[in-house]
Design a protein around this ligand. Structure first.
Ligand SMILES: O=c1ccn([C@@H]2O[C@H](COP(=O)(O)O)[C@@H](O)[C@H]2O)c(=O)[nH]1
Length: 514
């Protein structure tokens, strides 16, 4: 599955740079407040950007049926014109008001009855403008079954438009996956933010490392990521214990002892001499009691079909009891799809191994980069990474780092240890995973508390921005004119932190008006 292509990323950045996307505080025509406003009218002043827009709109029109194009007046007229010129496709123009002289035609241009017309729109909110245009074109004898839009504000537009017999396709930052509806084919807000952050275009305050886990929970795409981030915030812990002990009784005893201090309990059930499904039920009871999630560190590494069987069946039936599991990306994205087939219906989440803590690991450079792309493209199921430092500025992605002890060092088999302060404070990871440092301690509960405190304190360092995850803004957020949909706007002076704006933005986007 492709992540946002470079072309789409460039388009997002281009829109942002010309002020077609503004962050601040806006009252929309509907009365709701929004921390983002799209004003695509400015794009007429940027021919290269207009060309990019037309190219993307044309690409998503490929499966649509059309003999002519018609832009919804006025902002989308130049989009349709650019598409027409670039692809040699004729267009028609729909008048907003009929002339009171001459032909009194509502639609200008040459067409015949039954001619298929593709409606082109800039932004869809409720879908009213597209529907009005489609009705008017139909009254003149044109056949309208498809429409395309640059930005879908996810407020029910495509469904309403579908109700009028028109399929709306939107330019999106990820490709539609099998089984997803048209409504899923949207420019997701967290992807939008991730692209701008990746390009260092958002204010430093938006750096994910500076956001609370709670704020990020509100922005996460998968329910499992939301649940874990919420739990971390409410329990004030970013500690995961790795229970690498050999019997079920030892695992359960450890879970009872460390349960109050952790967000996640990591298992390797294939090292248990006496594994049974009854044991998993006991573990789940302890997890419920102490409010932590279970992570079976299975490190799947086969083709999609095989991992689906390994995850859902066999002796361990991992998907039945483990909230989270993980996978290598060596096989390619099929491994994620295979695991998602089993795990998604159960509400589970997946971590990808982007880096490893062991010395000489091959998981670096291009491999790590590709892994991040795979995760972002499936953020409905992928909740983050096993890694040694932050890999992505996407607020949905939870970074978990193993190889943590109170002192830096190595073991005799190549494991490398960093301290909680380095992992969370400097490398801006989200979760420390600690095994021997805790289960081999004379008092595992006391050791867990100590790691928990040091891991949580690391957050303060990360928020100060001294770490690697620090982002510097390249450009100030620009001022913008008041549009007909905007009552008030302020960017710098809105009195709300940028991260709060972004959180509200996410909320605004995910709240359907219908
Ligand atoms: O890169 C990786 C990935 C996973 N692990 C796992 O974490 C724990 C670490 O245990 P320690 O005793 O704290 O070394 C263990 O379960 C590994 O399988 C990792 O270490 N590195």
């Amino acid at each position: 599955m492709a992540a946002a292509t470079e072309e789409i990323k460039n388009l997002v950045v281009g829109l942002y740079e010309v002020g077609a996307v503004k962050f601040g505080e806006f009252k929309l025509k509907s009365g709701i407040m929004s921390p983002v406003y799209f004003d695509l009218r400015v794009t007429v002043s940027y021919p290269a950007l207009l060309q990019q827009i037309a190219k993307q709109l044309w690409e998503i029109s490929k499966d649509a049926q059309h003999d002519v194009l018609c832009g919804v007046p006025y902002t989308a007229l130049p989009f349709a014109t650019a598409m027409s010129i670039m692809n040699g496709k004729p267009m028609v123009v729909r008048r907003k008001e009929a002339k009171d002289y001459g032909t009194k035609k509502m639609v200008e241009g040459v067409f015949s009855r039954g001619c298929k017309c593709l409606v082109v729109e800039d932004v869809v909110t409720s879908g009213a403008s597209v529907m009005e245009t489609a009705r008017s074109l139909r009254e003149e004898g044109l056949d309208v079954i498809d429409a395309v839009v640059l930005l879908d504000r996810e407020q029910g537009g495509p469904d309403r438009i579908k109700g009028e017999g028109v399929t709306l396709r939107s330019v999106c930052l990820r490709q539609r996956r099998e089984g997803e509806s048209d409504m899923d084919q949207v420019l997701t807000v967290s992807t939008f933010i991730a692209v701008l952050q990746e390009k260092n275009l958002l204010d430093e305050a938006t750096s994910v490392a500076k956001m609370s886990y709670g704020e990020r929970a509100g922005m996460a795409d998968s329910n499992m990521a939301k649940e874990l981030l919420t739990l971390m915030e409410s329990k004030q812990t970013n500690l995961s214990v790795a229970a690498d002990v050999n019997t079920c009784a030892e695992v359960l005893q450890l879970a009872e002892a460390v349960g109050p201090h952790i967000c996640l309990f990591k298992t390797h059930v294939d090292v248990l001499a006496d594994f049974s499904l009854a044991f998993t039920l006991e573990l789940q009871k302890i997890a419920d009691k102490h409010r932590f999630l279970i992570f079976e560190d299975r490190k799947f590494a086969d083709i999609g079909n095989t991992v689906a069987m390994q995850y859902g069946g066999g002796v361990y039936r991992i998907a039945d009891w483990s909230h989270i599991t993980n996978a290598h990306t060596v096989p390619g994205p099929g491994i994620i799809d295979g695991l998602a087939q089993v795990g998604k219906p159960k509400g589970r989440g997946l971590l990808l191994l982007g880096q490893m803590s062991s010395s000489g690991t091959l998981a670096d450079g291009e491999y790590t980069k590709k892994t991040v792309e795979m995760a972002v493209a499936r953020r409905d199921f992928c909740i983050g990474f096993i890694c040694t430092s932050r890999l992505s500025e996407d607020p949905s992605m939870i970074h978990m780092t193993p190889g943590v002890q109170l002192e830096e060092g190595t073991d005799s088999l190549g494991q490398r240890y960093l301290t909680p302060e380095v992992v969370i404070g400097e490398r801006t990871s989200d979760v420390i995973i600690v095994g021997r440092g805790i289960y081999k301690a004379s008092d595992p509960a006391a050791a867990a508390l100590q790691y928990k405190q040091r891991g949580w304190a690391g957050r303060d360092e990360a928020k100060k921005g001294e770490g690697k995850g620090r982002r510097r803004s390249k450009s100030e957020l620009g001022g913008g004119e008041e549009g007909d949909k905007v009552v008030r706007r302020s960017s710098k002076g809105c009195g709300v932190s940028r991260s709060t704006c972004l959180l509200t933005l996410k909320t605004a986007y995910t709240t359907r008006l219908a």
